[in-house]
Every structure is written in C-alpha cells, then in structure tokens.
Ligand binder design. Structure first.
Ligand code: F6R
Length: 590
C-alpha cells in the first residue's frame, strides 16, 4: 500500500522521472500523490488529489533537479486532501518526507511536539515523523536525528527523507517494503521493483530496522539496532521491464488473465527434490497451517481440500489477521505455509512472525522473489507468474493453486501424476482463453450488469472458489456478491433469493456434481437465474459457461470465467478494473 519512489543521480529531470516511476506503482495507492525535488538549496514540491496517471509532463513547472522523492497514497490517517498527501514538511520546508505504513504512537508524538511549538497542517500520522526529525536536528546531525526518531516511533514504516541543502536520500524501514535499485552512477528507491526495472535490475532490499544513506557515490546501509554499517550483496532481478507493461491490452487485469495460458506451466518449473523435501516436512510436521489473506486466503482454503483428497493429509487454514487467535496450537515442530503474491502482506507477515517465535518452520509460496516473506521463510517456492500489477489477483491465484496441488500430489508420492494433470490443465486453459469464449462471457455480463446482488455456490474445492469468486466480483464490479457452500443455502442464505437473482454454480465432474445441481434446482424453484460453470450442460442452467473437465484441478479452471466476468462487469459499469475504489495492491498495513 502506498507507492514510494525516489531518484538520485546525474539526470536533471528527477521530479518527472519520479512521477513516471510512481505511475508504475499506482496500483499501490491512487487517491492522491506528491513529489518533492531538491534544487538550488530549496525543496520544490507538487501535491495533487486524484490519480497520478492524469499528470502530463509540464503540468507543474519543476526546476532542474537530480534528487527527488515521491509518493502515491492509500489513505489511512486523514481524508483524501492535498494537505494530507505526501510529502510532508517541517515548518521551513527544509525537510521533505514520504511514508508508507502506520505510526501507532503518532498522536503522543504530535501532542508533545505541539506543546513545544510545532505547527501541524495535516491529519496524517506521517507529519509527526518529519517534525520529530526536525526537532532532533536542532541538537544532532541529520543521520543521528533520523536514527533517534526511528527509535521513538512504534508501528510499521518505510520512509524517505531529503533535506534542502544535502545531496542525499535517507531511507529507513520497519515492516513496509523498500528496495534500492543500483544503476550506473545513479540510485533509485521504490516500494516495488517495477518502478525502476527499465533502469536497473540490480537491487538491495532494506530489511527491518535498517537505514540507508544514498549520496552521489554510494548507498551505505546501517543496522539501526546495533548502530553499525552493514554490507549487502547485490541481487539480480530476473523480470524484464516489458513484463510489467500493458503491451497491447487495455488493462493489466485482462493481460494477466490471458497470461494464464502459460503461467501454470511456469509455476510447475520447480525442483523435484525440493518439492519432495517440502512434502516430507508437511508429513512430519506437528500440525501444518496454511495462512494467507484475501484471495491468497481462499487459495489456502482450496488447498485444504486438495491436501485431504489428493495428499490424504489434514492441514489447517487461517486468514492472516485471525492467526494470532489460533497460534496457541503452534509448536516447534509445526509448519506454516504462507501464501502471498507480493510476499509483503502485513497480516501474513505477522502470522509468520508468530509461528517463528514458537519455533515453527515456515514455507512461503510467493510470486515476488526477494520479498520480505521470501527472506524471512525457511523454505520458499516461487510461483513465477511475473509481475502482477492489476489490484485484483488473477494469474498469481491460479499459479499458487497449481503449486499447492503439486505439493498435495507429492504428499501422496504421486508427483509425476500431479505434474501431468497440471500440464494437461495448462493446455486446456490455453484452448479455453479464446476470443469466442470471452464474447460468451461478455454476453452474460451484459445481461446481469444491473443486478444488485449475486450469489456463487460450490461444494468441496469449489466452495473455496465460490468465496474467491465473490471477492473478484465485488472488487471489480462493485455488485454485492457472496459465496456459499452450496449445501448451506437451505440453512439460511436461500432467503436472499428472489425473482431473477443470479446464482452462479461452480461444478466439478465428480460426486459433488449431483448435490450442487440439486441445490441449483432449489434456487431455481425460488426464481433464481442459474448460471452454470461446469464441464457439462444441465437443464437447470439458464446460462452455461463450459469449462474443461480438469479433474482435481477443476478449481483452477473454474475461477477463470469468473475473472473474465468480473472484468467485463467492471467495464460495463464504468469502473477501472485495474484500480478498484478503496483498494490497493500489496496490503502492507494491518
Ligand atoms: C484480491 C486480492 C487480495 C490479495 C490479498 C493478499 O484480488 O488480490 O485479496 O490476495 O491482499 O495479497 P498477497 O497475495 O500479496 O499477500
């Protein structure tokens, strides 16, 4: 959440370069934005409410500058106003600071500084940081002032600070991501890699309680706890800049849906021995807990069915934010499997820290290599989906499901059978994602675009996919959508069905099919418009979306038409499918 970007180097268009970088990070927050650039011993700045993508070169007349920081905001403290947009400043505008995270004791810091005469102009927690640094600066160097302020702040943060008369960027982190891109004589700082991928693929990650001071010569890292310098090894990022671009597609969401023609295959490119080792760890663990948030959480729930049915293992599941209430059962022989696209989700990271504090081992299934989860886990499996930029997860979801299905097969000693099934599924998806298929789903979107509510039902793994379908439809169409276990309808939710209410049934060609079709009859008898997503048609369906029969991988194929439906409903309802309201990618706050 919140995009941060900075540049320091020989180029003299740093503010415009930072704005371009922020545009690439807009999926992290898009309610307001701002840039501060150092020029002629002063700080020039520009802040605006709205999306940074609306900015055109020349909209603000920046002086030539080779040092600038910027931020695109997802509001936490204080409404969406120019005053609350970052950067925030001290009284004489000699310091400018951007921040991602939440400072939990900001109210105390602010009250104390106000009593000492500091004047605040925003409602943000962030402004208290820059005033605190300003306060300490009266009696110590800039570096010491930042360190002291960091030691006094509670909560999560990634901050960047510049000073009007010093050619340097100071960055510090606890909990929220910051990556330093090292170019040829130039430096970038971003909260995600795609922001600077066109300039460099050589990076250093800032870890918790670390600070970096970047000047024209070098990036020097410090451990804030021991107050000592640290050396870091450069990491090469394998993503190409073009992978993070839309190419010929109108939106990242549809591009990423279509990339599923090959992402399952890439997810399967794992080291067999590593997979077997992890399967043994699952089998030997004293309790295995799958943990993820939002869509990743639904992937975890789906995997509990896969581990039971395919791997004959019982695994537990919790959403990241609930894990702290379940952690009493974690022992030093337990295993946590954390699932995350970004590898930065705060609630999942907190669950990882809780598990590790009890001595449990952690396996992460993640997309972003080098992310905090990658670095903090005992084992990691990368899903290799490439950058996912649309806020709604699509290709990462199915790639995560593929890796977990593979692990379930490995637990049963049937790794090769799992690979074959998933490779077959990949070619089925390739055939399915054609223009005629999309047109068929667009027809359905046209029919239901004006409804107020819709329901999605499924049994077994399709129950988890029904819950994930609801998330996808809610966030992109803004239509009220809810997922249920189909057998649960008659225990309450069936009261919601009235004439023409769309009910989407997700069906597998297995023993669950008969039950779900019966449940379809029950809602149809009460007037529902029944949409079947199933390998075979049935008389109960008012609208049928054919999916391939993918056996144990049915959950993977069943979510894809829902992704397309959500996308087209979003377009018809004039929503931005890539940047849905109130949301942002990579939820780095609790
Ligand atoms: C919804 C969506 C979110 C994420 C969730 C976890 O489409 O993308 O629900 O799944 O915020 O994010 P990661 O996977 O980055 O941990």
């Amino acid at each position: 959440m919140c995009g941060i970007f900075a540049y320091l180097g020989p180029k003299t268009n740093a503010p415009e370069l930072v704005i371009e970088g922020l545009k690439k990070l807009e999926y992290r927050g898009y309610d307001s934005w701002g840039v501060a650039a150092q020029a002629n011993n002063r700080i020039d700045s520009c802040k605006k409410v709205g999306k940074i993508s609306a900015y055109q070169v020349g909209d603000h007349n920046f002086a030539a500058s080779s040092l600038a920081i910027g931020h695109s905001r997802w509001a936490t403290h204080g409404g969406v106003t120019e005053a609350n947009a970052h950067p925030h400043f001290n009284a004489d505008h000699s310091l400018a600071l951007v921040h991602n995270g939440i400072i939990e004791n900001y109210a105390e810091i602010r009250a104390d500084l106000e009593s000492k005469g500091h004047k605040f102009v925003s409602q943000t927690d962030t402004e208290s940081i820059v005033h605190l640094i300003d306060f300490h600066l009266k009696s110590m160097s800039l570096e010491e002032a930042v360190k002291k302020a960091m030691s006094e702040m509670h909560g999560r943060y990634a901050i960047l600070l510049i000073k009007a008369d010093e050619q340097k960027i100071i960055a510090a982190r606890r909990g929220s991501p910051l990556i330093i891109g090292i170019g040829q004589g130039e430096f970038f700082v971003g909260s995600d890699i795609p922001a600077f991928l066109e300039y460099t693929n050589q990076v250093n990650y800032l870890d918790d309680d670390q600070m970096v001071i970047i000047d024209q010569e070098k990036a020097q890292f410090y451990d804030l706890k021991t107050n000592s310098p640290i050396e870091k090894r450069l990491i090469t990022i394998e993503w190409q800049a073009s992978q993070a671009e839309k190419g010929d597609y109108p939106h990242f969401m549809i591009k990423e849906i279509m990339e599923q023609k090959e992402t399952i295959r890439r997810a399967l490119e794992q080291d067999d021995q590593e997979i077997q080792k992890i399967a043994e760890a699952i089998k030997g663990a004293f309790g295995t807990y799958l943990v993820g948030c939002g869509t990743a959480g639904k992937v975890c729930l789906a995997a509990t069915y896969q581990f039971s049915h395919i791997g004959h293992r019982h695994v537990n599941f919790a959403v990241g934010s609930e894990f702290s209430s379940l952690q009493d059962f974690i022992k030093d022989r337990s295993l946590m499997i954390a699932v995350s696209q970004s590898g930065e989700t705060a609630d999942t990271l907190e669950a990882i820290h809780a598990a590790k504090s009890k001595g449990a081992k952690v396996l992460s299934i993640i997309n972003v290599k080098g992310s905090t989860m990658d670095r903090e886990s005992d084992f990691a499996l990368h899903i290799k989906a490439g950058p996912e930029k649309a806020v709604a997860s699509t290709k990462a979801t199915t790639a995560q499901m593929a890796v977990l299905t593979l692990l379930a097969y490995a637990c049963a000693g049937r790794l090769e059978a799992g690979k074959k099934l998933l490779l077959d599924t990949q070619s089925q998806i390739n055939d399915m994602l054609n223009p005629r298929y999309e047109d068929h789903i667009r027809t359905l979107a046209d029919q239901i675009a004006k409804v107020e509510s819709m329901y999605i039902i499924g049994k077994g793994v399709n129950y988890a996919i029904a819950l994930e379908s609801a998330i996808k439809l809610q966030e992109i169409s803004y239509i009220h959508a809810e997922g249920f276990a189909s057998g649960e309808l008659k225990h309450g939710p069936i009261a919601l069905i009235s004439q023409s209410t769309p009910v989407i049934a997700l069906i597998s060609n297995d023993q669950s099919r008969k039950d779900v079709l019966n449940n379809c009859q029950e809602v149809k008898a009460r007037g529902a418009y029944v949409i079947g997503i199933a390998p075979e048609n049935d008389a109960v369906f008012d609208f049928w979306i054919k999916v391939p029969d993918a056996g144990e991988a049915q959950g993977i194929v069943n979510i894809i038409p829902i992704q397309l439906l959500a996308y087209h409903l979003g377009l018809l309802r004039k929503n931005d499918p890539d940047m849905p309201r109130n949301l942002a990618k990579s939820v780095t706050v609790k």
